[in-house]
Design a protein around this ligand. Structure first.
Ligand code: SF4
Ligand code: SF4
Ligand code: SF4
Length: 266
C-alpha cells in the first residue's frame, strides 16, 4: 500500500482498489455509488483504479479487488483468476460472490441444458452452474448481503486501510430486530430466517414488515433444525420456508435436505 499521507507522524495508506463484476445485477456496486453523503470521503480513503460503473479509466495495478457476482461462464473463471493474480487481497462483494446468490437458483433444476433451452431457446450461450468465487480462488474476505449495506462496506474498507481486523457479527438478525422492538413476524404468521441468519443489516427487511430471506447467509452455530421444528409446530408452510432457504445460496445444504424431505426422500 502506498503511504501518501500522515497523521501525527503515522503514515496513512491509500490502497489502490478495483471493483469488478461477474454475473450479477451490479446492485452491490450501485449501493456504493448511491452513498452520496459519504462518497467523497470514501474516495479519499482509497484510490479507485478500476470501477466500470463509475469511471472510464481501467488499470490492473490494484492492491485490493472487490468482486461482485457469481461465476456462471468459463470466461469468468479466467477473468477471476487474473484478478486474483493481480491483487493482494480479494474481497467477495455481496451474496452472489459469497454464495452464488440468486443466480444459483438455476442449479436446483439439475438439468442445466434444459434450463438454457427454456431461457435462451437456440441462442448459443455459455451458462454453467452458478458458483461463488471461493469455488475457484482464495477469497480473503466476504462482505454479505443482497445488496451489500453501504455503511457496512465503508466500515470494513476503513478497517482494511488501517490494517484492523474485520469482524462480522456472530449473532443472528433476530438480535438486531429485537433491539428495534419490531413485532416478530412469526406472530403474524410469516416464516422468517432471522433466527439463523448472520446479522449486520440492522434487520433491514424485518423492520419493514418483510421476512428475512437469509441473504447474509448462516450465522455461526445457526440452528436450522430448531427453526424447522418451530415452523412445523406453528403449522406454517414448509414450502414457503424452502423458498427462502434456497433463495441466496447461503443455506444451500439445508435447502437440499429439506427439499429431499418434502419429496419424501431421506
Ligand atoms: S448480491 Fe444481490 S444486489 Fe449484489 S449483485 Fe448479486 S443480486 Fe445484485
Ligand atoms: S421477525 Fe424474524 S428477525 Fe425479527 S424477531 Fe421475528 S424471527 Fe427474528
Ligand atoms: S433481513 Fe435478512 S434478507 Fe433482509 S437484508 Fe437482512 S439478512 Fe438480508
Amino acid at each position: 500500500m502506498t503511504a501518501e499521507r500522515q497523521y501525527l507522524g503515522v503514515p496513512i495508506p491509500r490502497p489502490r482498489v478495483g471493483f469488478f463484476e461477474l454475473s450479477s445485477c451490479e446492485g452491490c456496486q450501485l449501493q456504493l455509488l448511491n452513498n452520496e453523503s459519504t462518497l467523497l470521503d470514501f474516495l479519499d480513503l482509497v484510490e479507485i483504479v478500476n470501477f466500470r460503473e463509475g469511471m472510464k479509466e481501467a488499470a490492473d495495478d490494484y492492491q485490493i479487488a472487490f468482486v461482485e457476482g457469481s461465476v456462471t461462464r468459463r470466461d469468468e473463471v479466467e477473468r477471476l483468476q487474473k484478478i486474483r493474480h493481480n491483487a493482494q487481497q480479494v474481497v467477495a462483494l455481496g451474496s452472489c460472490a459469497c454464495f452464488g446468490g440468486v443466480n444459483q437458483l438455476k442449479n436446483r433444476f439439475g438439468d442445466l441444458e434444459w434450463v438454457k433451452r427454456e431461457v435462451y431457446g437456440d441462442y448459443p450461450i455459455d451458462s454453467q452452474e452458478a458458483r461463488p468465487l471461493s469455488a475457484y480462488i482464495k477469497v480473503d474476505l466476504e462482505i454479505y448481503g443482497c445488496p451489500i449495506k453501504k455503511e457496512e462496506v465503508e466500515r470494513i474498507v476503513t478497517n482494511l486501510v488501517l490494517g484492523k481486523a474485520v469482524n462480522h457479527p456472530k449473532y443472528p438478525v433476530c438480535m438486531e430486530c429485537k433491539a428495534k422492538e419490531n413485532i416478530c413476524l412469526f406472530e403474524l404468521g410469516e416464516p422468517c430466517l432471522g433466527p439463523i441468519t448472520r446479522a449486520g443489516c440492522d434487520a433491514w427487511c424485518t423492520s419493514n414488515r418483510l421476512a428475512c430471506w437469509g441473504c447474509r447467509g448462516p450465522a455461526p452455530e445457526a440452528n436450522v433444525e430448531e427453526l424447522l421444528a418451530i415452523v412445523a409446530r406453528k403449522k406454517m408452510s414448509m414450502e414457503r420456508l424452502l423458498d427462502r432457504l434456497e433463495c441466496f445460496g447461503g443455506f444451500a445444504g439445508a435447502a437440499d435436505t429439506l427439499r429431499r424431505k418434502l419429496k419424501g426422500g431421506a
